[in-house]
Design a protein around this ligand. Structure first.
Ligand code: JHZ
Length: 395
């Protein structure tokens, strides 16, 4: 019997974070077929076609985790928890991006590793110790030699981006001390299915983990989850606290709770994924019809937050610059560029939404609360948002 089952086809897609310069928009873009599969044995959900890390994470990477207050607050809160509960002597962050997590700690106890050197430089400028490299066994050996064992390793939205999980966890095992803690944070498969956020799938998200699948993977490396926190971050993420199998930490009740929730929802059964596929197809139909209705009425639509996620939505639903006039984004590296595949201009956000805008498609829907707070004036003057989760609607 076939172990890996394709269950969702999101069509031809470009690389999600590959924003185009004006002189590139006429060129043919590299695209791939975004197909999502379920492994009936390990229960792992992954994308079928993958790209090398070098192609995706290099010195032109545009994403900055510091661009949202929500993320900064979440990192700060976790840092407080770590200081209070675990008192680590050394912290290693895998995928430290622009330092938004590390900057909550004393520089003397932190090490960051980040392959996107343009982003890594930002952390280095803050005088934090960072290594502009990919996480692998070679780097882990170097770190071990230089710093000895590490008692706390953290990684947010990175492990799900690395194809070779063998290398990831063997490298972690090499440097993690006997009683050390590994904390990883990634989008939750359960929330993705519940909220119909099919845009969690794109080339960088090689895996969207469930507790069930992650537990199956970790067994091989003699690692186990002892605590889980459900976060609202990025549309529903899980923060897994992981220990070595023979360390004495107790398994907390949140672990069994998560397992029960996932089994109840059917994350271990392939039929669940085929129902999701049907909901995704309906979601596309509905979103396209909302846009059509607005356009028939001659309304002006713009996008807010040119996210990697929105690359999937726009290309899957074939929404381009004939529907969305432009996107606003606070990230300098995305401004004055064009969205991958759909070639919609990205403009600098200068503090407000223009008066002539009727509808705003929320690409950064995961920061809805933060954005609605910021855009009170637009909302008060009758401006509306278009959002695709859990069902496409105008709010
Ligand atoms: P945001 C990236 O995904 C890529 P994206 C990556 N693969 C991943 O896993 C997640 O991050 C963690 C802008 N914005 O965080 C900033 C505003 O303009 O949802 C960003 O460009 N105004 C590593 O790209 C984008 O929206 C605002 O007020 O899907 C948000 O991107 C806010 C709050 C954001 O991640």
């Amino acid at each position: 019997m076939k172990k890996k089952i394709d269950f969702l086809d999101l069509g031809q897609q470009p690389l999600a974070n590959y924003y185009l310069r004006k002189n590139q928009i006429k060129n043919k873009e590299r695209t791939y077929r975004l197909i999502i599969c379920f492994n009936d044995e390990s229960k792992l959900v992954s994308i079928k076609k993958t790209f090398s890390s070098k192609m995706m994470f290099n010195n032109k990477y545009p994403y900055r985790s510091s661009m949202s207050k929500t993320m900064q607050k979440s990192f700060k809160q976790l840092a407080e928890q770590i200081k209070k509960k675990f008192h680590p002597k050394k912290i290693l962050e895998i995928g430290s991006n622009d330092g938004s997590f590390l900057k909550n700690f004393d520089k003397k106890i932190t090490i960051g590793i980040e392959p996107c050197s343009n982003v890594e430089k930002i952390t280095k400028k803050l005088k934090f110790n960072t290594i502009p490299e990919y996480w692998n066994i070679k780097q882990a050996s170097k770190i071990l030699k230089k710093y000895n064992k590490i008692d706390l390793i953290y990684s947010a939205n990175t492990i799900s981006h690395i194809k070779n999980l063998d290398d990831v966890f063997n490298s972690i095992n090499l440097v993690l001390s006997q009683n050390g803690i590994l904390i990883i944070e990634d989008p939750s498969l359960l929330e993705c299915l519940k909220r119909n956020t099919y845009d969690q799938f794109y080339n960088e998200h090689i895996y969207v983990f469930s507790y069930i699948a992650l537990t199956n993977i970790l067994k091989k490396y003699k690692l186990e989850i002892f605590r889980i926190e459900n976060l609202d971050i990025h549309g529903g993420s899980n923060r897994y606290f992981i220990k070595k199998l023979d360390s004495k930490r107790k398994i907390q009740s949140s672990v069994l709770k998560q397992k029960k929730k996932e089994i109840k929802y059917g994350l271990n059964k392939k039929s669940t994924y085929f129902s999701f596929k049907q909901r995704v197809e309906k979601s596309k139909e509905k979103l396209v019809s909302i846009f059509k209705k607005c356009k028939i009425k001659n309304k002006k639509i713009i996008g807010y937050g040119a996210t990697a996620k929105s690359t999937t939505i726009l290309n899957y639903c074939k929404i381009n610059s004939s529907t969305i006039d432009y996107f606003l984004d606070t990230t300098e590296d995305k401004q004055n560029k064009y969205t991958p595949g759909t070639k919609i201009e990205i403009k600098k956000y200068s503090g407000f939404i223009d008066n002539d805008v009727d509808y705003v498609f929320l690409g950064a829907w995961n920061f809805k609360k933060e954005i609605f707070k910021k855009e009170k004036k637009f909302i008060k003057s009758g401006g509306k948002f278009i959002i695709h989760t859990p069902y496409p609607k105008i709010i």
